[in-house]
Write a protein of this length. Structure first.
Length: 202
């Protein structure tokens, strides 16, 4: 009987990630399926066939009693390190500029501050993911790519990578934009108000 000596290769170093929240809507609820960070639906927002439906034609985010949205609990963004936010969404092709797929942060009067958001269409006709570490636009970290409001399902992933110090935007699994974070960290995102389908700006 011969003895086989398997060739052992050293494992590559791996970065371990933890899934801290998952809202699939597959069970007909806005519940977090891996934790207790359940969302709340407002103003007629509904769930059907595993999708969150928000109907807001002609309604602005400032119309708090009318705008349909979902709100996640405060503190879903970690205070340090890295984070990836992955969303599947569909829009009407006539979606207004600055519509938010998500907007996590806080408010100062009628405006947002210390936030992280993704919008499929800005006033510059692009899609963008933005971190604003305070209330001044000049400090924004912005990743942009071609507009992404074509009226069919898209997948957007926003990554704050503390190791590479990069802010990355992926569309449909492909890296679309990467920019340096500079001195911005997750500690700059004060996520007391975490909206799906609503902007922190009125």
């Amino acid at each position: 009987m011969s003895r086989m000596n398997p060739l052992l290769e050293p494992l590559e170093p791996r970065r371990l990630f933890a899934l801290t929240g998952l809202w699939t809507f597959n069970d007909g609820t806005p519940n977090d399926s891996v934790g207790g960070n359940h969302a709340v639906l407002f103003n007629g927002a509904s769930i059907s066939n595993g999708r969150l439906f928000l109907q807001n034609p002609g309604v602005t985010s400032g119309q708090s009693t009318l705008v349909q949205y979902a709100q996640l609990p405060a503190g879903v963004i970690p205070d340090s390190g890295s984070v990836s936010i992955n969303v599947w969404y569909n829009t009407f092709s006539a979606v207004p500029q600055w519509m938010r797929v998500f907007d996590f942060g806080t408010k100062n009067g009628t405006g947002g501050r210390n936030y992280l958001y993704f919008s499929p269409l800005s006033s510059s006709s692009d899609a963008r993911a933005v971190i604003r570490p305070g209330s001044v636009a000049s400090a924004d970290v912005t990743a942009t790519t071609a507009r992404a409001n074509q009226g069919y399902q898209r997948m957007a992933t926003v990554v704050v990578d503390a190791t590479s110090r990069q802010y990355n935007l992926y569309l449909d699994g492909t890296l679309a934009s990467t920019v340096p974070l500079g001195g911005v960290t997750l500690a700059d995102v004060q996520d007391s108000l975490n909206y799906l389908g609503r902007s922190l700006w009125d």
